[in-house]
Structure formats: C-alpha cells, structure tokens
Design a protein around this ligand. Structure first.
Ligand SMILES: [Zn+2]
Length: 221
C-alpha cells in the first residue's frame, strides 16, 4: 500500500480557519506576525518636526519617532505589550532601523531601553522596549545594555495627566546602575507623548556620566 502523505495540521486548520490580521481582519498571508503587510506598510511615517532640544528643556540632545501614532499602531503596540508577541517587537525594531538615518546611530556606544518596573516585568515576563532595542542592537551592531537603567517606582498610567504633571509624576523614577562616563547612549522606547519619561531616563543616564543621550521611539502620540 502506498504511503499517503497527510497535510500538516496547520495547513488543514488554515483552510478551515484562514488566519486574519489582528488590525484589519483581512486575510493574513504572512503569519510571521499577527499583522498583515498592508497594515505594516500603511503605518504613517513621522516626518517631524521633532521637539527642539537646544532650549535646555530636555536632558537628551535629539529625539526621533519612526511613525505617527494611529489605531493600527495602537493594535501593534498592544500585541507587543500584552500578548507576548516578540515577533512584533522584532519587526518594529527592524523597520525602525531601516527607516532611521544611519547618522542617528553613528558614534553611539550603547542602546538602552526604557525600563519597566520589576513587578510589571515579572507579570508580563518581558519589557517591550527591550524587545525593540534587541532588534536594533542586532541590526546596528551597537551594544545593548538592557539593565543600565532601573525603574525605581511604578508611576501608574500617564495618559490622563497634563504635560507638567507628567514631568512631575515621572521625575526621579529612574536610576542608572552602571558607570556611563563619556558614553553616548541611544535610548529606546515604544511611544513618546510629551517626552517626560525619556527625559527622566536621560537625566538618570547623564547623572551616571553619559556624554550624550539620543532618543529613538517607534511612534509619537
Ligand atoms: Zn491588516
């Protein structure tokens, strides 16, 4: 009797339940992430203008975001943050690297993700900014120092606070736990809104001796 090849279960399941994009609910041909290529490609580029960092209001020297915040980005960020979708974080980091001018990375000594509080990391099992920073480190060759910063306290959600309140709420929430004398640091986060969080991180990095801090985030709200 001839051996009959049986279609793998995944193929059969795809036939009965075709995979759909989490964002647009359309057919998902590339299942490497739960979001389709049309949605990834449709994310709107943030072409600036970016905050002026020469005024002395910020501890970082420059800040760039790759995309504008949008409902699709929100879905993607949610997958990364709460659904353990590391592939989403890697894709974000890869696109961020591809879409950021090489000059922005040049001369940087290390990549540091904005940390989450250790209790939150324990709940989720990972830090979403670190997943992005890891992909950026792989592409750029810049060393990842995922534990250079420590979050000292939980700051709660910042979404309902005004700009001044956000700054106050987050001030002193971070501490650098390694000597960064003379180092140029590229600080990585998923989203920036007022810049209060990355500014508090940059202050901590500078206090540990960092010569320069640049910020790169996936999106700007
Ligand atoms: Zn889609």
């Amino acid at each position: 009797m001839a051996f009959q090849k049986i279609a793998p279960l995944s193929v059969a399941l795809n036939f009965v339940f075709p995979p759909v994009c989490t964002a647009c609910k359309g057919y998902l041909s590339d299942t490497s992430t739960p979001v389709c290529s049309t949605c990834w490609d449709g994310l709107e580029t943030d072409a600036g203008p970016f905050p002026d960092c020469s005024t002395g209001d910020f501890a970082f020297s420059s800040i760039r975001a790759v995309w504008k915040f949008s409902p699709v980005f929100q879905t993607i960020a949610h997958l990364l943050k709460y659904d353990k979708k590391h592939a989403v974080g890697r894709r974000i980091g890869e696109i961020m690297f591809a879409r950021t001018l090489p000059e922005y990375f040049s001369g940087m000594d290390l990549l540091v993700p904005v940390p989450v509080h250790h209790t939150r990391k324990r709940e989720r099992g990972y830090n979403q900014a670190e997943v992005i920073a890891q992909a950026l480190a792989t592409r750029s060759g810049i060393a990842l120092h995922a534990r250079a910063l420590k979050r000292l306290r939980k700051t709660g959600t910042q979404t309902k606070l005004g700009k001044a309140q956000r700054g106050k709420n987050i001030f002193g929430a971070f501490m650098a736990v390694e000597d960064l004398s003379g180092k140029k640091v590229l600080l990585v986060d998923d989203v920036f809104t007022t810049g209060a969080t990355v500014n508090a991180c940059a202050q901590a990095l500078k206090a540990a001796g960092a010569a320069e801090v640049r910020v790169l985030t996936a999106a700007r709200a």
